[in-house]
Design a protein around this ligand. Structure first.
Ligand SMILES: *[C@@H]1O[C@H](CO)[C@@H](O)[C@H](O)[C@H]1NC(C)=O
Length: 221
């Protein structure tokens, strides 16, 4: 080969090498940019937390809620409404039996909370409480330990009127979570019930806890 040929070959080789180098660096950078962007995107999604820690956000004119029943007679229930904890162990406003929170169905304001011992408590106290609920009120219920021993027909009728389908079947140490409304003309879609059954119980004398989250329409009727 002539010296000119060697030089031409070297120049060609160098050009090819540098082109490859530049392209390679360019793509590496853009790949990094892309993966950085998707990484940031994923993180942003994780940071975007829905009310009450729910899976989905709620449309306008719906209230986000999450109701968790007690676990055996050990861990108390909890209720979240529009990202506000209404009842919980920490709030120190729960008790064995039925835990009930009343919320204004128009503006979502908490009206009151109370816990009713259904094993040895005064059932007329619950009767009066249910009787006084005003039209348009949302009613959130979570069981803890035993929701049913003292249950009577009057109380069952009140819960049925609030939209419950299962209150008639509620038994000793069953778990029950429910969201209904006074003046509801149909059955509430927000209800879960699990029987206390030795064969299927998660704990010794109790079934597993129930968890229910969703979006309750403003003015449920
Ligand atoms: C709910 O709030 C509205 C005002 O936003 C009020 O007019 C209504 O009386 C309240 N209802 C109850 C049951 O507290």
């Amino acid at each position: 080969p002539t010296p000119a040929g060697v030089i031409r070959f070297t120049v060609l080789l160098l050009t090819l090498l540098s082109t490859w180098f530049i392209l390679q660096t360019y793509f590496q950078h853009s790949w990094k940019a892309i993966s950085l962007r998707s990484w940031l995107g994923e993180h942003q999604q994780k940071l975007l937390r829905h009310k009450c820690g729910n899976q989905k956000s709620c449309p306008q004119d719906y209230f986000a809620f999450k109701i968790i029943s007690g676990a055996a007679n050990v861990v108390g229930p909890s209720m979240c409404f529009e990202d506000l904890i209404l009842m919980s162990n920490v709030k120190n406003n729960i008790g064995r039996g039925l835990n009930i929170a009343l919320v204004n169905g128009t503006n979502g304001e908490l009206l009151k909370t109370d816990a009713f011992d259904m094993y040895s408590g005064d059932i007329t106290k619950l009767q009066t409480f249910l009787q006084e609920i005003k039209h348009g009120t949302l009613v959130l219920v979570a069981s803890y330990d035993d929701p049913a021993t003292k249950m009577n027909d009057k109380v069952r009728a009140h819960f049925t009127e609030l939209g419950s389908s299962v209150v008639g079947k509620l038994g000793f140490r069953d778990n029950w979570v429910f969201l209904g409304a006074k003046g509801l003309m149909s059955k509430s879609p927000f209800e879960k019930h699990i029987k206390n059954d030795k064969e299927t119980n998660k704990y010794d004398g109790w079934p597993e806890l129930l968890e229910m989250e969703g979006c309750a329409p403003r003015k449920m009727d």
